[in-house]
Design a protein around this ligand. Sequence first.
Ligand code: DGJ
Length: 571
Amino acid sequence: MTKFILFLILNCLAIGHTLAQNSTLQKQGTATQLVVDGAPFLILGGELGNSSAACVQDIEHIFPKLERMGLNTVLVPAYWDLIEPTEGSFDFTLTDKVLQQARRNNLKVVFLWFGAWKNSMSCYAPLWFKENYKRFPRAYTRNGKPLEIASAFSEAVYEADQRAFSKWMQHIAAADKEEGTVIMIQIENEIGMLEDARDYSREANKAFNAPVPEEFMTYLQKNKKTLHPQMLKKWESQGCKKQGNWQEVFGADIYTDEIFMAWHYAKYVERLAQTARSIYNVPLYVNAAMNSRGRKPGEYPSAGPLAHLIDVWHCGAPSIDMLAPDLYDNGFIDWTAQYKLHNNPLFIPEIGLTDNNGVRAFYIFGEHDAIGISPFSIENGSDSPGSPLVQSYAKLKELMPLLTKYQGKGVMKGLLFDGKNKERIITDDDLTITARHFFTLPWDPRATDGSPWPEGGGILLKLSENEYIVAGNGIVLEFAKTSEKQASEARKLLGEDGFALKNGQQAEAKHDDKFKGMRCGIGYVDEVEVDKEGKLRYIRRLNGDQDHQGRHVRISVGDFKILHVRLYEYR
Ligand code: DGJ
């Protein structure tokens, strides 16, 4: 009998083991890492265009190209309308094809649940849902116009969405338990209200006039010190009330409407997230369309998982692991800084497909300990080995063991330059590192012939005192002791060959300065590759003209490289 009970227990443990998820999040210092197959992982991804996973032939055709491009992960929509074409009958053919093709082409998968909402709208709800607007009510504008946006206040909408989502998740759990190909799930896509900042349906109006839920009021009070500055300002504007309806607590304007709406979207998503967790426990995220170009709530998909609404989303949907920005607008550096927060790791599930994606990937891993990046409509990108994204992903794949070892420890910086933002000065104890766009060197005709500057960028990783990895493309770095800064100002005025400009003029300007302290020089610069254990393997030494006779470290525009730099000190 005892033996039998022991057998049952061991069996249960074994089943529990096979059902355990293959990916999870862990903290390392200030970073949140995605762990896949037992090791920290960086998503070098791409998202398929919206209709590119809607037939098996397209999936078969596209996936081999993604492997050639060097992706390790593909983000793929799962379409509710094709999964449940008739109410209650489910078809997982496309999901299975995605899993099969991903495995065949060495890719991990992030599935995107295109359920009740896609870019605000409910276009991926099946026809039986769309037609039955009495059973599945719409959101309304202030003027009573029904929208093709299912109402987040309808239990029937939720139940239909949840049933399909849960059947699909159960299918994934069964189909993926051995392989662990699915590493994250995105719930819905770019949720948000359009035309007005909130839903004006009868149910929504009732909720709007009710007190702000105690749960959220308590969260605000408990987290007052770390609230997003915009949330704090809004709450303070009405005297940090501890209770009241939405307008009493936050004021009567469209920004309050947006907060209210975000709360209800978050609550809806939380229920789906709990469903997902109970079936197949992989990390979960929601993506947001940006509130860019000066648009006001109602003019962009309002109330989505946006940075200024992070507190609403955190409190309303605690089972969601990250709010992820879809970046199509100018101002990449600012947007990424808005989403890498003490309480939110950076993952970019969508970014417009451009030749700049390669250096931007370097930037976010170096600057923000990002979880990953994924250009949109990736199947339209180039798979040529020389294309910037292919080169970038190949080098980042090599660097992965090193970057993940040092994430969250404060020893990495990201570099990103263009024709306007050309320089960044980094101070590291007594070292001043001046990093610039490669075109600030006067050697490349493209720098001055009026062509637009491609973005240059990379990662600066400090391995130890006077030892760095410099990796990326289109960058140049100079290292100086802070105490020799004055002298280096004089050096900046020297000609491109390193000689004085005219009759020693520039050197004379600093003639009176007495030099004190140590100087720092370049010991060597080696181009290296990184093996699977993170060890460096020598390829070639870059000296003489290739480091301006020991004056700088550079990677020209067009080439992605990994350099191992040793500095030394002298007086
Ligand atoms: C953002 C959405 O999330 C994507 O599905 C797609 O519609 C792109 N915009 C742009 O085409």
